[in-house]
Design a protein around this ligand. Sequence first.
Ligand SMILES: Nc1ncnc2c1ncn2[C@@H]1O[C@H](COP(=O)(O)OP(=O)(O)OP(=O)(O)O)[C@@H](O)[C@H]1O
Length: 310
Amino acid sequence: MIEVRNAQKRYGRHTAVKDISFSVGKGEVVGFLGPNGAGKTTTLRMLTGYLPPSSGTISIAGYDIFSQSVDARKHIGYMPENVPLYDDMRVREYLRYRAALKGLKGSMLRTYVNEAMDLCALQHVRRKMIKTLSKGYRQRVGLADALVAKPDLLILDEPTNGLDPNQIRQIRSLIKRLGEKHTILISTHILSEVEMICDHVIIVDEGIVKASGKPDELVATMRAAGKVTVELKAEVDEVKEAIEGLDKVKKVIVEEPDCDWNKFSVLVESGTDARSRIAKLTMAKGWPMRTLYRHQATLEDIFVEMTRKD
Ligand SMILES: Nc1ncnc2c1ncn2[C@@H]1O[C@H](COP(=O)(O)OP(=O)(O)OP(=O)(O)O)[C@@H](O)[C@H]1O
């Protein structure tokens, strides 16, 4: 459904997207993650045909987004980050206007607008002026606009941005339902959102793809390169030196002590579990120990690991 090959975007001297390639299959729900300024919005705007790439190719449903833009755009419903709405229009009036711009007419236009309003729970505000709507409802109008012409691909740029937790849940469950029938590319900062909604995740930073895969696969890779936490009573430097001397231990980080218990994070090589060797060492040394556990990596750990600057 989406094929991006070596897309690059420069704004004058600044390169916002260095070299991005990825593909999204039909029916997939893909999370597009990255810190501020990573190039997410720029990439989404290139995908939707609003910005030409400086180099590289992008095709949607087999159509090149620039040379076959009309055909490509028929497949896309786009919800930009700050949904631009006409404040002085009423909800239904606005959606009918947008549907007409997308080529819908007559009874089909009315039916499609009605269905989009049903899906986004907008019927009870259909006669309200857009300027009187809360942020959550404005987002729903933006989503209804994106899906009114029944495109098979939805591109959503931070759809839950600025919403309160209840509104976030509502929009999230709506996106989940939409994912049953549409291919979705969703840019977000909210990692739990990705874990809940997406089949696949792409992490971008500094204009390139840093990681890509199923959320649980990424987490499994990270888990293999795990971290162990140890709390014991012994002299800090001695513990650090002894654990760092163990096979396959990469580094020992001294954490804030908890009362008189010293705490250490032990970073170990991929595929190893240092717990039994640490336990043997502490017993041999006679150090009292109260904690020894291996961390379960989360998508947040992956995100931080892939995008940290230190
Ligand atoms: N029109 C523009 N002119 C010049 N530079 C721009 C323009 N738009 C974006 N940039 C720069 O390009 C880089 C990528 O921006 P982009 O908005 O794509 O990032 P983002 O990942 O969407 O960030 P955020 O999560 O903050 O929305 C940033 O350094 C930004 O300052």
